[in-house]
Design a binder for this molecule. Structure first.
Ligand code: GDP
Length: 194
């Protein structure tokens, strides 16, 4: 897949506004500030395609990107403490609403910060993905902040915390150094080819 051909398609403020699913969808979820925009920009090799927020939680829309024979879907970041209750309700409506629809769920990339244990919302997200039997993988973000041995340790700790079997793919990535990005691209392409 040519990641240079990716373009922004549209932003939706409610799941009800989403167009019918016409292509395989690769969706990205994670708590706000986990590094989701940076990772998308790194994947697409574009500095500003997905916004890197100075203020986390500011944008809460579902953003669609056109890629080769697929859509990449940037779901709003969860768990930002400083937003109002009504904004949290809106966020939940968007995430739940997206996953409740009849869509071509090809892969959900669930992002977790490699430096910390998964938060309770990360755990909820992963439990939901397992229960709904959605095809998903985990990206551990900001891996440049840790040494190789720390990465191995954290990977194992998170696998244990989230009770992953060997079938769950976990890739440590860095949008700064590029670590893991090729592996992530290969995983996405494998799912799109299935
Ligand atoms: P989002 O809210 O999930 O979209 O997160 P952003 O992409 O806006 O990133 C949040 C913060 O983490 C920003 O200050 C980024 O510069 C920083 N960040 C994102 N990815 C990385 C990474 O791979 N390594 C490091 N060191 N910092 C990162």
């Amino acid at each position: 897949m040519n990641y240079h051909n990716v373009s922004f398609a549209a932003a939706y403020g409610t799941s009800g506004q989403l167009p019918a699913s016409t292509r395989p969808e690769v969706a990205f979820v994670g708590r706000s500030n986990v590094g989701k925009s940076s990772l998308l920009n790194k994947l697409f090799n574009r500095k500003k395609l997905a916004k890197v927020s100075s203020k986390p939680g500011k944008t809460s829309t579902i953003n669609f990107f056109n890629a080769e024979n697929s859509h990449f879907v940037d779901l709003p970041g969860y768990g930002y403490a400083q937003v109002s209750k009504s904004e949290k309700v809106r966020w939940a409506e968007m995430i739940n609403g997206y996953f409740e629809q009849d869509r071509n769920f090809t892969l959900v990339v669930s992002l977790i910060d490699i430096r910390h244990p998964a938060t309770s919302l990360d755990v909820q997200m992963v439990e939901f993905l397992k229960e709904a039997e959605l095809p998903f993988m985990i990206v551990l973000t900001k891996a440049d902040k840790l040494s190789k041995s720390q990465i191995m340790r954290q990977k194992a700790a998170l696998r244990k915390q989230l009770s992953f079997g060997p079938e769950t793919e976990v890739v440590a990535c860095s949008s700064e150094s590029g670590l893991g990005i090729d592996e992530l691209k290969k995983a996405i392409e494998r799912h799109l080819a299935e």
